[in-house]
Every structure is written in C-alpha cells, then in structure tokens.
Design a binder for this molecule. Structure first.
Ligand code: NAD
Length: 505
C-alpha cells in the first residue's frame, strides 16, 4: 500500500540530499531525522456570549424590538468575523431590550445573541532536537496548523539555529484556532492555559518560545507571566520566551530582526551580482511582522515595493507603494480588524494570480508555507526569491526556480535574523543587560552575512578563510545548490556535537 507523503517527509528532501553528500554518520542521521518529542494536547476555555448580525431577510420579524441604550464605549468588542463580544460588565448601566434573543443597537443593527460556553482547542509543541542547546521555536495560532506542519517547522529551527551558530536547538508549536475570531480576553485565557499545560516542558534552558503567525509580544508577555508567576527567582526566568516588548526584557531590534536579516541577505546577494538595490522593484507577500519590517527597511534603501499580497487581498502601485502609509493602514488603524492591506487607498486592488506575474526584481514571500508551487514559479518574473517565510517554496517549485535560473536565498538563512536576535534577548536576560539597537544590528549583520558567505562558499565549493568567515571545514568537494549548501552547513555543525560528545545512554 502506498503511504501518503507527509509535508514533513517532503521537507526532508534537502536533508536527505545533504546527508548523502556529506555521508552523515548513520546513527546521527537516525537521531535527527525525526523529532525528539511530539506533544499533542488540548486546551479549553470559557468563551463569551457573542452578538451575531441578523441578516436583512430576518429584520422584518424583529420590527417590534426597540433600540437598546448601551452607554459604555467598550460594551461591544468587534471581531474580524463580523460578530461582537458582549461584555457583561458594560451592561450594568445600560437600558436594554432583548426579545427572542435579539437586541437592536443604534448605529450597529440587529443582533442575535449567541451563547458562549466552554470550547476545546487542539494544541501542539514539537521539540525536534536539543543537541546544540535548549529547544527554540515560535508559537503559531492559526486555523490550518497540524502535527505534520509543526514537525516541518520544528526541524527548520534545528537547521536554522545551527546555521546562525547560536546555542539552541529546534522546536515549534501552537494552537489550532483563528485568533481573529476571538476576543483579547479569550486569547489571553487560551495562552495561559497553553502554558499551564506546557509548563514542565518549557524553561530558559529547556524550551524557549517566541512569536510567529498569529502571536506577538503581548502573547509572549502573557506566557512569561504564567510561567514565572509565584516563582521566587522569577527574574532569572525572563528568558523563558523571546520576542517580548523591550520594556519588559525584550531586545531592541527584535521586532524588526527577521525583516532586517532578510535585507542583510539581499544586500549580500546584490553585492555579489553587482545589483543596485536603490530603485529595485520588489514584490512582497505578507505584511505582518516580517513583511512590514522588510518593506520598511527595503524602502529605506530606495527599493520600490510595487505590490503586496496578504490573506485578504493584494495592492499594487507601479510607482511603488508608500510604505509608512501602508503600515498605518494595516497596523495602526483599529478598524482594520484583519490587519490586511486590502482597501489601502494608495494602490490598486489586483488578483493574487496577477500579483505573481508582475514584472519585478525581487520577491520576498513573508506569509505562509507552500505558496511558490511549480505553477507560481513558472509565472514569476523576478531575479531573486528571498524567503522571509518558513518553507514558502515547494520542492517542485524549487526545481522550476532552478530551471528558470531564478536565485533563491533559502529560509534557514534568510529569516534567521529573528531567532538570532531572540538569542541576543535571551543573553541580555541571563546577564541582566541591555544592548542598544546599533549593537544588536551590528552583531546580527555579522552573524547573518558571515554564515551566508559560508553557505555561498559551500555552494560554489570555494573553501576559504577571510577575516569574517571560514568555510574550509564545510565545503564538500563539489558545487551544489544554495539550499543543499545551507543544509550541509547545518548538518556538519549538528553532527560535530554527536561525534565529539558521543551519545547519552
Ligand atoms: P504575521 O502573523 O505577523 O503575518 C502573517 C502575514 O501573512 C499577514 O500579512 C497575513 O495576512 C499573511 N497571510 C496569511 N495567510 C496568507 C495567504 N494564504 N496568502 C497570502 N498571505 C497570507 O506573521 P509573521 O510573524 O510575519 O510570519 C510570517 C512568516 O515568516 C511565517 O512563515 C513565519 O513562520 C516566518 N517567520 C517569522 C519570524 C518572526 O520573527 N516573526 C521569524 C522567522 C520566520
């Protein structure tokens, strides 16, 4: 019987190729080709009552319902799915009428009250490998996550931390939920419950989460509080999560670190190709933490972001989008509940299919995985794909890019800026220190650019030592593609631990 090819198995193609190439020790291969631990558990919360808009066809039936007068401004919390959370505390001074479970709010319309109650969500934490240091990897809150996906992402972290040469291993986890359909308070409860269940498996020297899709510094603050609450030496534990707000032990530069790392890689590529970034035309997918930061930094270097695609739309301007206005539209406008570029007045709406085919120099995917399929890769008219997202290119898509001579900066180096500054944050927490942004970025630039140089040397089979990097230990005697080269670097660094330290029994 044919077994289904999992995303994990598929993502390990590069691993297999690199392992063969360097004749990776066979026991090491067995140790690292599957995760150390795969945790699946459930978290429950009590959800609040919701107000669901009543459709126009139902309105006539509720003609008799008078307006309700709710004075408190925070009585209703709008959710991105069109519903409202009804906060009971706000009803204390209200004059309301509810008939047949329906309420009329002036200026908002008619709503059916949907009863809240307990709900259960599937949660995950995959701890892939810790031979080089504590498990490290972010937390994703998204409706399309699975164990298979978290295995892929956790393994990516093992490779990425080895490539950035920081003393961490790989992990990933999260909850299967659409966070936009829940209130802030519900998300807080869910996060607390997640940490409650995971507490024994986390720790600054055991497993260190960070933000990813659907999570942010606020969620990290909640995780840290839950983990450290009641601990006598809680300040020693601040490094249990990274990506915190700078005011509570986060690092300067962390918010933009992933985007900054993407741009450091692009700069190196441009230098090698004699390409001018000023005036370069950029396509960007995703305008969250990574995408928006990369856009701001690239625009600051004079590049033109000609189109941005996200989960809810695409905006395009041939002259280049005004990035500060777009950041304001997406991230600073409270009415934009889905945090989307759609509806941005400074650009024209185009289809996703047209987005891929736009004429540009660079594409920065900074959204979800598996977006650059063979069909998309065939349509691209760019010179470089700089992978801000994790796993944005499918293996078949990768083959098409190679055949069309479109360069790729693989995710494991391209977006390693985030975890690298997470390591700086963790170090500052351990030492009770505080570094400024220039110091953070200086160290980040050296790490990203020197390791990217090692990868390019492995790819070109060009062993050498310069003041900034030394690739002699890693070259394999033959030229390989850049993605395989990155994996060679990761595997050689990981293998050294097993070979030099041996195996615990
Ligand atoms: P985010 O939640 O801040 O933003 C995600 C963006 O992707 C949003 O703009 C969203 O609209 C868009 N998106 C979601 N689904 C989409 C779809 N189907 N089509 C097009 N766009 C879609 O997340 P983020 O932290 O910016 O992470 C983005 C990517 O970068 C992820 O792959 C993540 O794993 C990776 N990454 C993030 C970090 C980090 O520090 N945050 C570090 C390394 C890698």
């Amino acid at each position: 019987m044919a077994t289904r090819k999992t995303a994990y198995r598929e993502s390990m193609e590069t691993f297999d190729r690199a392992a063969e190439l360097i004749r990776l020790n066979s026991r090491v291969r067995l140790e690292i080709e599957e995760p150390d631990f795969e945790h699946i558990f459930y978290v429950t919360i009590d959800t609040r009552d919701r107000l669901v808009p009543v459709g126009p066809e139902e309105e006539e039936k509720h003609r008799d319902i008078p307006d309700s007068d709710v004075k408190a401004a925070d009585a209703f919390e709008p959710l991105a799915d069109g519903k409202f959370i009804l906060h009971r505390r706000a009803l204390l001074e209200a004059d309301i009428t509810i008939r047949r479970g329906v309420i009329r709010i002036p200026g908002k319309g008619l709503f059916q009250i949907e009863r809240g109650g307990p709900r259960k969500f599937k949660a995950y934490r995959v701890q892939h490998n810790q031979v080089r240091g504590p498990y490290k990897g972010s937390i994703r809150f998204h409706q399309d996550v699975s164990l298979d996906l978290f295995k892929v992402l956790a393994a990516d972290m093992t490779w990425k931390t080895a490539i950035a040469e920081i003393p961490f291993g790989g992990a990933k986890g999260g909850i299967r939920i659409d966070p936009f359909a829940y209130s802030k308070e519900e998300m807080e409860h869910l996060t607390l419950r997640y940490v409650y269940k995971l507490k024994n498996l986390m720790g600054p020297f055991l497993d260190i989460p960070a933000p990813d899709v659907g999570t942010n510094g606020e969620i990290m603050a909640i995780m840290m509080r839950q983990y450290t609450d009641g601990e006598r030496e809680k300040h020693k534990l601040r490094g249990v999560v990274t990506g915190k707000d700078v005011r509570i032990g986060g690092s300067e530069g962390r918010l933009k670190a992933t985007g900054q790392g993407v741009v450091y890689c692009i700069e190196e590529w441009a230098k090698e190709k004699g390409f001018q970034l000023a005036g370069a035309r950029v396509l960007l997918q995703g305008f969250g933490n990574v995408g928006a930061s990369a856009a701001e930094i690239l625009a600051g270097l004079g590049a033109k972001i000609v189109a941005v695609n996200d989960a809810h739309g695409t905006v395009h301007s041939d002259a280049g989008l005004d990035i500060p206005s777009l950041v304001h539209h997406v991230h600073e406008n409270p009415a934009n509940l889905r945090r989307t570029v759609a509806g941005f007045p400074g650009g024209a709406a185009i289809s996703k299919a047209d987005f891929w085919a736009l004429d540009a120099d660079l594409l920065v995917p900074a959204a979800l995985g598996r977006e650059i399929t063979p069909e998309v890769a065939e349509r691209l008219r760019v010179r470089l794909v700089a992978e801000g997202a994790n796993g944005p290119t499918t293996p078949e898509g990768d083959r098409v890019l190679a055949a069309r001579a479109i360069d790729v900066i693989p995710d494991v180096i391209c977006n390693a800026g985030g975890v690298t500054v997470s390591y700086f944050e963790w170090l500052q927490n351990q030492r009770l220190e505080r570094w400024n942004e220039a110091e953070v970025n200086g160290r980040l630039e050296r790490i990203v650019k020197s390791n990217y140089a090692v990868i390019r040397d492995i790819a070109a089979d060009r062993p050498r030592k310069t003041p900034l990097h030394d690739s002699r230990r890693y070259c394999t005697g033959r030229a390989v593609d850049v993605r395989t080269a990155a994996m060679v670097l990761a595997l050689k660094r990981i293998e050294a631990h097993y070979l030099l330290e041996g195996f615990s029994q």
